[in-house]
Design a protein around this ligand. Structure first.
Ligand SMILES: [Zn+2]
Ligand SMILES: [Zn+2]
Length: 330
């Protein structure tokens, strides 16, 4: 089968992914063989391909927002031919303290799709059957892909920030995740304040119903109940914190942050303001979000790339040169 393979991580402009023929994965018990139709491109893929996340093996096929149909290994719940989605969490051990306490997103021995096992930048992918989610027919192949990481993690961020219906919520950064989160927030009648670099992202936010848009660290005109930061920048975290009412929460949705600068505790954190991080996702987050996405008819904005242009897709994510989400189609 054809796949985009990472052998040695380096700057995306040096085209680290090699498009080549590799053996099709062998089906093993408990797994599904999935014929991939589309695979979303995530900023985490960029961290993997450029080596900010250290390699877990000699080579890897990235991609953890897989949409495809079950080609082999179907089960009673997921028979052959079913269209399923696979996300970043490709499996957990089920036995560690976190798994036993309903916190599988924090599992000590997680499997990460497209990082510790091969992912969806390929014609076929293998996935654990209990970590594949059936997709509603209303979610098309292109639309469903960005929902599977960007969407689910964005939704988990709303949960971690404890967003309630009708609240004032700040989104700092407006890439793939935020532009899906805003749809859920609008469905919950929240007022959304978006601070982001790049005029086109601000325009997109306004067109998707933001009450206010501003630059990366600009202050919204009101105090926020909740803020979610998506930019991998500690300055943005502090900017979000400085816009929070007492008792408010900042949830950091970034797997990697440059650093958090020194900030003034008395004015920014005292008053029971909280900073939390968002880490991975649970299967419940995935199922709940995919159901909401189908209910509110969520239609992510996507830009399509063929598998041959996987490097170009990642470069576009890096340079923020596309609105919405990049999706590789097969
Ligand atoms: Zn575990
Ligand atoms: Zn991701």
């Amino acid at each position: 089968m054809k796949a985009a393979v990472l052998i040695s991580p380096r700057n995306i402009l040096q085209r680290p992914l090699e498009i080549r023929e590799v053996p099709q994965p062998q089906l093993t018990p408990g797994y599904l063989l999935i014929r991939v139709r589309s695979c979303g491109v995530c900023r985490t893929d960029l961290h993997i391909v450029e080596g900010e996340l250290p390699p877990r093996g000699d080579q890897i096929i990235p991609g953890h927002q897989i949409v495809g149909e079950i080609a082999d290994g179907g089960t009673k719940e997921l028979p052959a031919g079913t269209r399923v989605g696979v996300s970043w969490m490709g499996g957990v051990d089920g036995t560690c303290w976190y798994c036993r306490h309903g916190l599988e997103n924090l599992c000590d021995s997680p499997v990460f799709t497209g990082y510790s096992v091969n992912g969806g930048y390929a014609e076929y992918a293998l996935a654990r059957a209990d970590f594949a989610y059936p997709l509603a027919n209303t979610l098309g192949d292109l639309q469903a892909a960005p929902l599977l990481c960007a969407g689910i993690i964005g939704f988990r961020s709303l949960r971690v920030a404890e967003v309630k219906h009708g609240e004032r919520v700040g989104l700092y950064g407006f890439g793939a995740s935020a532009h899906l989160a805003i749809a859920v927030l609008r469905a919950w009648n929240c007022e959304v304040y978006v601070a982001t670099r790049g005029a086109s992202h601000r325009q997109l936010a306004a067109s998707l119903g933001a009450a206010w848009v501003g630059k990366e660290t600009e202050k919204p005109p009101i105090k926020l109940d909740r803020a979610i930061t998506f930019a991998p920048s500690g300055n943005v975290v502090v900017a979000a914190l400085s816009s929070l009412r007492k008792g408010g929460v900042v949830a950091i949705n970034a797997i990697h942050l440059d650093r958090i600068p020194e900030f003034d505790y008395d004015h920014l954190l005292w008053g029971e303001r909280q900073i939390r991080s968002v880490t991975n996702m649970t299967r419940a987050d995935a199922r709940d979000f995919l159901q909401i996405a189908a209910e509110i008819n969520l239609r992510p904005k996507t830009t399509v790339f063929p598998l041959d242009q996987a490097n170009e897709a990642l470069a576009a994510v890096k340079s923020d040169s596309i609105d919405g989400a990049a999706v590789i189609v097969l």
